[in-house]
Design a protein. Sequence first.
Length: 249
Amino acid sequence: MSSINKEIFVCLDCETTGLDAHSDRIIEVAVSKFNFSGIVDSYESLIDPEVKIPEASQAIHHITEEMVQGKPKIETILPMLIKFFNNHIIVGHGIQLDLAFLAQSAIRKQLPFHLSQYTTIDTLRLARLYGESPTNSLEKLREHFNIKPEGAHRAMSDVTVNIEVFKHLAQPFTHVKELLERLKNPILLKTMPLGKYKGRTFKEIPTEYLSWAAHADFDQDLLFSVKTELKKRKKRDRFVDMSNPFSQL
């Protein structure tokens, strides 16, 4: 793969009725083809999800049911997106969820869409690797890098911000291959990113909770961080036992 400055990427963002790719639906999609010099091509569209849009979702993206009436259905949009992606690397914040929504849409509509064919870069994971932002949400990263706000939380505004965030996070890397190789390995997180101990360092979290989290359906970085802390505690406990002459009594 070429120098990162010469590579053409595609940034993707979907707005949806919820967070479950199996039961929720896409209501807006935006894609931009770009390199480090600028935007090459873009496309965005509202999508008729053929289901009601919950009020909780409307409160986030402000997309109402009236706005999606008469808009294209996902089966019209998906073939065009596949052509747009071509063989380019797809960039996004939590990109696997966006692609999962597209994949589930394809399954429902019996259209070809194979996740395994796409190379992806998740800017959420890149932000974890960077490790200098207080939190790794797209909005907080925008603030951290002093990127100009793009207004409402909509698909294309998120894509525009995401591209600029990606450019900042990719600066330590010269070649795309180097970046992709680094992201193959799990990243050690500084703090718990979710749940009742969100924001706490792993050493502050009770062992019982960490033991549960180690078997939960979390991403590779979080599982790696949890298991690393548990290993540290086991080593420490063994050391204490070895140092205590009464431990075997």
